[in-house]
Design a protein around this ligand. Structure first.
Ligand code: CA2
Length: 149
């Protein structure tokens, strides 16, 4: 049976490509999403992509994912550094969640060095620009034994 994957983008990521290209690159969120759709095409994955600027909506999407998805690629934006509610949601859904960051949060301001979510995620990828998402998608495909190597 084909696998379900949720790609979830958190707050302000809808602004990608419009400002701060030196940190976040020049790809728009829409362009990233279509590159990811292309990337998973050969694997016949049921892919859903969502973005929200609201913590509660992100929690709702994670809860709903239990009903259809087998894994989540999640860029929680600035909630990474603060949200125990998102941490609890990730722990509760018992799905593999890969935390993704476009920038290298460890090389930025000290308040970005800490993720309160990493400990309940399967893993964490940061610093490779929009390609961080591709690496995270591949990590899930490997987790599912769909991608070899
Ligand atoms: O590097 C990442 O992917 C982040 O999750 C992005 C968040 C930031 O708070 C995290 O520390 C690291 C911010 C996303 C804001 O995106 C913008 C894009 C263009 C213009 C303004 C903000």
């Amino acid at each position: 049976m084909s696998k379900g994957m949720l790609i979830l983008h958190g707050p302000n990521l809808n602004l990608l490509g419009t400002r701060q290209p030196e940190i976040y690159g020049s790809m728009t969120l829409e362009a990233i999403n279509s590159a990811l759709r292309q990337h998973v095409k050969p694997f016949e994955i049921a892919l859903r992509v969502e973005q929200s600027n609201h913590e509660g909506v992100l929690i709702d999407r994670l809860h709903e994912a239990r009903g259809w998805a087998d894994g989540v690629v999640f860029n929680p934006g600035a909630y990474t550094h603060t949200s125990i509610a998102l941490r609890d949601a990730i722990a509760a859904i018992a799905l593999p969640v890969i935390e993704v960051h476009i920038s290298n949060i460890h090389g930025r301001e000290p308040f970005r060095h800490k993720s309160v979510l990493s400990g309940v995620c399967l893993g964490h990828i940061a610093g490779f620009g929009w390609h961080s998402y591709v690496l995270a998608v591949d990590a899930l495909l490997r987790q599912w034994d769909i991608l070899a190597g």
